[in-house]
Design a binder for this molecule. Structure first.
Ligand code: ATP
Ligand code: MG
Length: 411
């Protein structure tokens, strides 16, 4: 077997790539906890019906991008393309629809069969937050503030803009849909094939088209604002008021839509110009209809998902690896004592390594190659006195320290 490569659109996360990735997840996990969100981990494959529920679903994800296959028992399963549906399925399967609100954080791999390019992969990773069980506009604002705080903490808020929109309530959306159908039908023959299909099945999705030929008709399309019911307009105004209170800057963009029927009210994206065509780093909205589609009672919910790869690409610098302390016995007799020191340092939470073989010179070279921060050198004469020589590589200084003081010294 030769020349085995990762499958197209998948990548190995090694070294700096993995450190960036983990930094994003760790930071998000910490902030989510401060907002009262608990982490859930659901399976990476589900019954296909969890994702493909309604025939009217014209989203690219469901129609073109899913990894769906029959398992050996003949069941149709799908590698999850996103995790909101899985979380809602889990809420219902675990009988948690009576224990609301549930505030959920998740992180993990997602799978979509699409054309790989920078910031777009077939296996990619998302973090996400879902607040299930609250119909209050404050829930929308809190979920968005959580996302904003994450971007701030990661140092990338300056390069991203929150674009905010409302899809209104059912009545607003029906009126808007009719207005959109009237508008796009007048230009039907000029639209892209995909958009012509959407015109029949889900006209709102045309606003999400990236086809250049659709662009002028999208630019000229009516916005929802004229069609909002007073209640929907008030909801949107309250979300904005809370966002201002939280200090989250935003700009309204009436073209932001989430195509699926179970979305309503708030829709938003955090976008950047720093990643070319893959400009959306975080996307979310209110999906009051999804839990019911999953077989639960009608349950309001709002959330977002963010692509970890895109956030990682925006990070100003890769987090550094903590440099290790190299423990170096001089002579075979010192080795057992060196192992004790090695383990004592590790148990004190200090990254420490010892080469498996070699004389002092070899081991010092090795410590250098592995970019150690210091060497702890233990020879017979040091051991007799209960001390070690500590060479600090940054300053070049060498000092003698009692062995029991080492952990404190490096902490
Ligand atoms: P896009 O318009 O870029 O295809 P999307 O609308 O399909 O995005 P969502 O389903 O809203 O994306 O997913 C939320 C986030 O997940 C996106 O904003 C993006 O950061 C990330 N994401 C989506 N698909 C991919 C992918 N194939 N590779 C890497 N990240 C992705
Ligand atoms: Mg997509």
């Amino acid at each position: 077997m030769t020349d085995l490569q990762p499958v197209r659109g998948t990548r190995d996360l090694i070294g700096e790539d993995q450190r960036r990735h983990r930094h994003v997840v760790d930071t998000a996990r910490g902030i989510a906890a401060c907002y009262g969100f608990d982490e859930w981990a659901t399976p990476i494959f589900e019954d296909t019906r969890v994702f493909a529920r309604s025939l009217g679903d014209t989203s690219d994800v469901v129609t073109k991008e899913m990894y769906t296959f029959a398992d050996r028992g003949g069941e149709s399963v799908t590698l999850r393309p996103e995790n909101t549906a899985g979380i809602c399925r889990a809420l219902v399967s675990n009988g948690l629809t009576q224990t609301l609100p549930q505030k959920v954080f998740y992180a993990g791999p997602m799978f979509r069969y699409e054309r790989p390019q920078k910031g777009r992969y077939r296996q990619f990773h998302q973090i996400g937050a879902e607040l299930i069980g609250s119909a209050e506009p404050l829930a929308d604002a809190e979920v968005i503030a959580l996302g904003w705080d994450l971007l701030v903490r990661l140092g990338i808020a300056g390069e991203t803009v929150l674009e905010l929109n409302t899809l209104g309530d059912g009545e607003s959306r029906d009126a808007y849909r009719a207005a959109l159908v009237a508008h796009f039908t007048a230009h039907r023959d000029a639209l892209s094939d995909d958009s012509r299909t959407r015109l029949e099945r889900n006209p709102l999705r045309i606003l999400d088209s990236k086809e250049p030929r659709d662009a002028p008709f999208i630019a000229a399309a009516p916005t929802i604002f004229a069609h909002l019911t007073p209640a929907a307009a008030a909801f949107y105004a309250t979300v904005q008021r809370h966002l201002r209170r939280f200090g989250v800057p935003f700009r309204e963009n009436p073209r932001i839509v989430r195509g699926l029927d179970y979305y309503s009210h708030t829709a938003f994206e955090f976008v950047t110009t720093a990643l070319g065509a893959q400009g959306t780093v975080m996307a979310g909205g209110r999906y009051d209809g999804l839990v019911a589609e999953m077989g639960g009672p009608p349950t309001p919910a709002v959330g977002w998902a963010a692509g970890i790869e895109r956030l990682s690409l925006l990070l100003p610098a890769a987090p550094a690896l903590t440099a290790a302390v190299a423990v170096i016995p001089v002579g075979e007799a010192a080795e057992p004592a060196a192992l004790d020191v090695l383990q004592a340092l590790r148990r004190a939470g200090i990254r420490a390594e010892m080469a498996y073989r070699g004389n002092l010179k070899r081991r010092m070279e090795q410590a250098n190659r592995r970019q150690a921060r210091a060497a702890v050198i233990l020879g017979d004469s040091e051991l007799a006195r209960g001390v070690a020589q500590v060479k600090d590589f940054a300053s070049g200084t060498q000092t003698e320290l009692p062995i029991e003081a080492l952990a404190r010294h490096f902490a």
